[in-house]
Design a protein around this ligand. Structure first.
Ligand code: ADP
Ligand code: ZN
Length: 432
């Protein structure tokens, strides 16, 4: 069996649009009848559910933003009574109230299916031993992968994140073949294993499904090399379901489960939809959910979409790598900069570790940033002058590629905090 759900994963564009149109009609009616929030918004725009006929009519629908979820915390956007919920997740919500993600039994089953599609595409099979090192709990990562693995029927080891030495011990003792975690935690595990003298490349470990934060192709290759695995990608967000929204296939293309989450790319300033291939803000409409089907939810993730004839046989739309969240975008000297662009450049230098952070502070009225990155120990040992010269070479490359002039400081191994979940790349030292 090549795909988990061949019917949906390889649907013709025309049939997919018909399917999406039918689901959109149903969803709009569902929220209109149940959520005063959407009824008011639609009424204000003079749009009735009956006006929505095809998926193209989605442009007539209102957007939903993160603040709408905060303002309606905890259940103002929940379209079913509490008794119909079987699960509630929440996103980290580092500032203020978290975002809630409620599920009916049907929602949970669909989530599991989307995750099974993803893991299957990445090569997870019933005979795999999968170590799930995503945070277990309110965060959707841990349980999302759990549900997908359960559907496939592989043997799951729910370690959760952290206790890295124990992760490595279990990996050896249980013969783990698949690892699920954030890309930065995969790197932390790889580094710890090297310190312990454990060669992960000699273990049965053969694939990873990594996500929940931006990472570059260069980072993928680094992890693949150090772990001796194929490093696949998972994409998702609590507001839509959690992981399972998108997944990379054997060709490393990230397909979106567009029969569940309908994607659009819009210009973040005008909110006008952009054509395929153009970069903008990713927006999703939930087409099959019952508990919290959001209309045109603005993710703040910056990327583009493409229709590709993929060798995996899937027709599901392809999403380019997420450049970052618009919240993480820095404006330095009038140039927009994402941490992932800096990551790509650092990883070009073989003297460097794949570990870096960006300090942002104010220089007069203007933001200024500084890149701090770790050198490999043999490089660091070469002394001050060599390090300063390396810093300058990296700075020159940043200038050539991104067009900004920023200092680069080379740090010794271990200077930057290791991550067990989502890495914090930007340290904001600006005083309000
Ligand atoms: P929080 O907003 O608290 O981090 P989530 O866990 O729901 O909560 O995070 C979802 C976000 O994580 C996405 O909107 C996106 O910014 C990021 N993300 C998830 N997967 C990926 C990925 N594969 N690549 C880049 N970013 C990702
Ligand atoms: Zn593919």
């Amino acid at each position: 069996m090549k795909h988990w759900e061949t019917q949906y994963e390889t649907m013709s564009l025309e049939s997919m649009r018909e399917f999406q149109s039918a689901r959109l009609r149903d969803t709009v009616q569902w929220v209109y009848d149940r959520l005063p929030f959407y009824r008011r918004k639609l009424d204000e725009l003079g749009v009735k559910p009956a006006d929505i006929r095809s998926i193209d009519d989605i442009r007539r629908l209102p957007f939903t933003v993160k603040n709408d979820l905060r303002d309606n915390y905890p259940f103002g956007l929940c379209a079913v009574p509490m008794k119909d919920l079987v699960r509630i997740h929440a996103s980290s919500g580092t500032t203020g109230k978290p975002i809630t993600g409620p599920y009916t039994a049907e929602d949970l089953d669909q989530w599991a299916t989307c995750m099974a599609r993803s893991l299957w595409a990445q090569g997870v099979r019933p005979d795999d031993v999968a170590q799930n090192a995503y945070g277990m709990g309110l965060f959707t990562g841990g349980l999302g992968f759990f549900h997908g693995a359960l559907k496939i029927g592989c043997c799951l080891v729910p370690t959760g994140s952290g206790l890295t030495e124990r992760q490595i011990m279990l990996m050896q003792d249980f013969g783990t073949t698949a690892l699920f975690c954030t890309p930065t935690y995969a790197l932390t595990i790889a580094e710890k294993a090297e310190q312990l003298g454990v060669d992960l490349r000699k273990l049965p470990l053969r694939l990873g499904s990594f996500g929940a934060e931006p990472w570059t192709v260069e980072m993928r290759k680094e992890i693949e090399e150090r772990m001796g695995i194929q490093a696949h990608e998972a994409y998702g967000l609590t507001e839509m379901m959690g992981p399972g929204v998108g997944f990379s296939c054997e060709a490393y293309r990230l397909h979106l489960n567009e029969d569940h989450c309908y994607p659009e790319i819009v210009d973040p300033s005008t909110l006008e939809p952009l054509p395929l291939g153009e970069k903008g803000e990713l927006v999703f409409t939930a087409l099959q959910r019952r508990a919290m089907p959001l209309l045109r939810y603005r993710t703040r993730d910056i990327t583009s979409l493409r229709r590709v004839e993929c060798e995996c046989g899937r027709t599901l739309v392809v999403m380019d790598k997420i450049l970052g969240r618009s919240d993480d975008m820095l404006i330095i000297g009038g140039v927009n900069v994402f941490p992932s662009q800096v990551e790509s450049i650092i990883m070009e230098f073989s003297e460097m570790e794949p570990l870096y952070q960006i300090r942002v502070n104010k220089k007069g009225y203007l933001d200024a940033m500084k890149v701090e990155a770790e050198a490999k120990p043999e490089m660091y040992g070469r002394g001050k002058e060599a390090l300063a010269e390396l810093g300058q070479r990296i700075a020159a490359r940043i200038n050539a590629v991104i067009g900004i002039t920023v200092p680069v400081e080379i740090l010794p191994l271990g200077a930057i905090a290791r991550s067990e979940g989502k890495a914090k790349r930007v340290i904001d030292e600006r005083t309000a």
